[in-house]
Structures are given as structure tokens and as C-alpha cells.
Design a protein around this ligand. Sequence first.
Ligand SMILES: Nc1ccn([C@@H]2O[C@H](COP(=O)(O)O)[C@@H](O)[C@H]2O)c(=O)n1
Ligand SMILES: C[C@@]1(CO)OP(=O)(O)OP(=O)(O)OC[C@H]1O
Length: 162
Amino acid sequence: MIRIGFGYDVHRLVEGRKLIIGGVEIPFTKGLLGHSDADVLYHAIADAFLGSLALGDIGQLFPDNDERYRDIDSGLLLQEVYRRVRERGYCLNNLDAVIVAQKPKLLPYISKMRENLAVLLNTAIENISVKATTTEGLGFAGREEGIAAYAVITVKEVLENG
Ligand SMILES: Nc1ccn([C@@H]2O[C@H](COP(=O)(O)O)[C@@H](O)[C@H]2O)c(=O)n1
Ligand SMILES: C[C@@]1(CO)OP(=O)(O)OP(=O)(O)OC[C@H]1O
């Protein structure tokens, strides 16, 4: 059986924080604020996985008042989410994501993000799509107050005998 999941996340852009998206540290004047490393793409993808199997959301799994998750690499959170998906007998079919950022230019980092995800989720790079868009200056993303990410995922049941 194939199931679908959708995830969305937003983090505020502030001075004095690293900008980490899709596990890539991107040189920029500001970074994303969060309890964790605030990797907005990994968070949207984690929520899409959780949604695909109706397992709640990352805030329920990793509360933002728990010191264990302060500044944590969100790759570790995504890994734990995917472990739960695998435990229930499903694996990734494909994922498609969009990062919404006025700045910086993300295109030079997209292939590394896809590579990171392929390694983390133990899948072929062809199953992972990451895109970027501006909002043509409109809204919070356009004012460079924050960065958003959307992700859609399909997961498939892993069948014992083919
Ligand atoms: N932060 C971003 C935003 C966009 N891109 C790339 O530019 C293309 C055009 O963006 P529009 O918002 O004007 O449609 C987009 O398709 C991306 O390839 C980017 O690299 N970084
Ligand atoms: C990841 C967690 C946990 O560190 O914190 P944040 O980095 O603030 O991220 P958010 O997307 O607001 O919600 C999930 C969290 O509880």
C-alpha cells in the first residue's frame, strides 16, 4: 500500500545563528532560530513522514522544552522519525520539497541537500527532489523575516516476499 504525507515548517531568520538547511551550513548574514538547529527542511520532511502514517508531529515527539533537543542536529530527529516509519513496515517511495526563501540563493546547495537526504534515508538520489523559490518579495519570506519549507512524501509498504 502507498500512503502520502505532507509537512510544513517555518523558522524566523535572526542574526547570530547558523543557517542550516537540509543538513548544509549555508553562508549568510542570518540564521534560523529554533530550539534545535532549526533545519526547516528536515522538520517539514519529518512532519511529512509522521503525517503519512498518522503518527503525530515532531513537536509531540521532540518537545521544545526538552533540553535533550537543544541545538540538536535535526538530521538525528529525522533519522529517529524514519526509524519509526521503518518499524511500522514502510519505507520512502519518493519525496518532493520546496524551500521558500527570498535570500540567500539556495540553488548552489540543493544537490548537497539531496545527497544528505539520500544518505539519511538510505535511498537513491532520484527519489529525492528539493526545490527553492522566492515569494517575489511578498510576505514574511519576502521580507526575509523567515524561511519556510513544504514537503510531500509517499511511503510504500515493505512486503516480506517481494
Ligand atoms: N532562495 C532561493 C530562491 C530561488 N532560487 C532559484 O531561483 C529560481 C527562481 O525563483 P523565483 O522565486 O523567482 O521563481 C527558482 O526556481 C530556484 O531555482 C534559489 O536558488 N534560491
Ligand atoms: C525540533 C524542535 C525540538 O528541538 O524544536 P524547534 O527547533 O524549535 O523546531 P519546531 O519546528 O518549532 O518544532 C519541533 C520541536 O519541538
